[in-house]
Design a binder for this molecule. Structure first.
Ligand SMILES: [Zn+2]
Length: 142
């Protein structure tokens, strides 16, 4: 096929309020936005608190630990760049701090992933960025 296809996985485009999240991730730091008015940690990062609409926000160090809340196994690559990864796991992770986020569960057999599986954050290099993803806590790979 000679048609121009995206050869690389798309990079996330930081939205307003999320710049610090992605800059931190690229340093392999996992941070979560926190509302100083209602003391809620939330996700995805944005310019105001989804609980009380306050803009009085700061950042908390995330534990990076969570559990699989729901997941699906992707068998058909959405882009050619994903072809080498299939089948892979796309999951909603419920973080220890409470918020939920979508991520891939890496470094595991997709057959072993189940709801409730304990996972920890791992940073996937992509271009000049790093993407927070998760892996089973039991896997000692590094
Ligand atoms: Zn709030």
């Amino acid at each position: 096929m000679s048609e121009q296809m995206p050869a690389e996985k798309p990079l996330p485009k930081p939205t307003p309020g999320a710049e610090h999240y992605w800059e931190s991730a690229t340093r392999e730091e996992f941070v979560l936005p926190h509302c100083r008015d209602c003391d809620q940690v939330f996700f995805y990062p944005r310019l105001w608190c989804p609980g009380c609409f306050s803009q009085n926000l700061d950042w908390r160090q995330g534990s990076g630990r969570g559990r699989v809340y729901s997941f699906s196994v992707v068998h058909q690559a959405p882009f050619p760049a994903y072809q080498a990864d299939v089948p892979y796991v796309l999951a909603v992770i419920e973080l220890e701090e409470g918020p939920r986020m979508m991520a891939n569960v890496l470094h595991c057999d997709p057959q072993e992933v189940r709801v409730g599986l304990a996972v920890e954050v791992v940073f996937e290099a992509r271009g000049e960025m790093k993407i927070p993803q998760f892996q089973p806590v039991s896997s000692q790979g590094g």
